[in-house]
Design a protein around this ligand. Structure first.
Ligand code: FES
Length: 113
């Protein structure tokens, strides 16, 4: 088994698999991520709630916000921002690019340290 590096572009889905109003669960280098579509734009966030362990893709998605299925924390799927507790921390967001019908995702590279 090989370890995939999260900072390289990886194809995670076909564009057509990402349906409006639904979060598609995928993995990036073994990490659960959730893909969503808002106004024709694709977004990728960490699928793991920052409160306890729950997959956000199993929660409720509406108007660009995803609600955790466990204790109802809410996050903005575009920015990863935590909008309502009990979670306090924002979600990691990933870079997305579309090539034809393929959706690629990678970790956002940060400068410096
Ligand atoms: S696990 Fe998501 S709000 Fe508690």
């Amino acid at each position: 088994m090989t370890m995939a590096s999260n900072d390289r572009w990886q194809r995670v889905a076909a564009r057509a698999e990402i349906k409006h109003g639904e979060a598609l669960a995928r993995e990036l280098g073994g990490e659960p991520i959730a893909l969503t579509e808002i106004d024709g734009q694709i977004y990728a966030i960490s699928d793991t709630c920052t409160h306890e362990f729950a997959l956000l893709s199993q929660g409720f998605l509406e108007a660009g916000e995803i609600e955790c299925p466990l204790h109802a924390a809410r996050f903005d799927v575009r920015t990863g921002r935590c909008l309502a507790g009990p979670a306090m921390q924002d979600l990691e967001v990933f870079e997305v690019k579309i090539e034809g019908d393929d959706v690629y995702v990678r970790k956002i590279l940060r400068n410096g340290g």
